[in-house]
Unconditional design. Structure first.
Length: 204
């Protein structure tokens, strides 16, 4: 994988992570969620990014926010029992929390985040948690996290598992790490690793 280079801890004062797919595997029935969002929207949402569609629906019909979030919470909390940390996640967070500030940005809700992180006693490691209740826009989430961490973009490294994570990270000027996916000509993170535990092994 391209850009599988060591990450120097001295280069960053803050590390921000995505949750689902990056730090944890949360087996939500997203197909069922899409069906329910389509029903609430009154039309199929097709292959559109789910949370982008939710954001659009709420911007058009703000009154839908509560019912949409309640539905998402219901499906996510149903999946909590099967949630598990990605290999290396706990060790990585424990190590980084001793030398830097940590932030979490996620499209998951506060309820599932508190439940999942609390199960593994990880909540206290994060200096800031930004969920969908704060914003459904990843750029806004990142900027909010950096304000709370009181760090400049150049001193911050953001790790996610999707192309949109990298695109949004670039927009706010932070360093970016892509895990679990190959970079493309269009998506060029600063670092890329096949798995989170490989990232952990490349910290220097």
């Amino acid at each position: 994988m391209e850009r599988e280079n060591p990450v120097s801890l001295k280069d960053y004062a803050a590390y921000i992570f995505d949750l689902d797919g990056t730090l944890f595997a949360i087996p939500v029935d997203w197909l069922k969620v899409r069906e329910e969002v389509s029903k609430m929207a009154g039309a199929p949402i097709g292959d559109a990014p789910l949370f982008l569609k939710v954001q659009q629906l709420i911007s058009i019909r703000p009154s839908m926010r509560e019912s949409l979030f309640e539905m998402l919470d219901r499906h996510e909390l149903k999946a909590v029992a099967g949630a598990s940390p990605v290999s290396g996640a706990i060790e990585l967070l424990s190590h980084l929390s001793k030398v830097a500030k940590l932030g979490l940005v996620t499209m998951q809700g506060t309820a599932v985040c508190d439940n999942v992180l609390g199960t593994y006693h990880l909540g206290e490691l994060f200096d800031v948690l930004v969920t969908r209740e704060d914003s459904l826009d990843r750029v806004t989430q990142l900027r909010s996290a950096m304000r709370s961490l009181a760090e400049l973009p150049r001193n911050t490294l953001f790790t996610g598992d999707r192309a949109n994570d990298i695109v949004c990270g670039k927009k706010v000027g932070v360093g970016t790490v892509l895990v679990g996916r190959e970079p493309t000509d269009e998506i060029k993170p600063d670092y890329a690793f096949p798995a989170l535990d490989v990232l952990r092994g490349n910290l220097i």
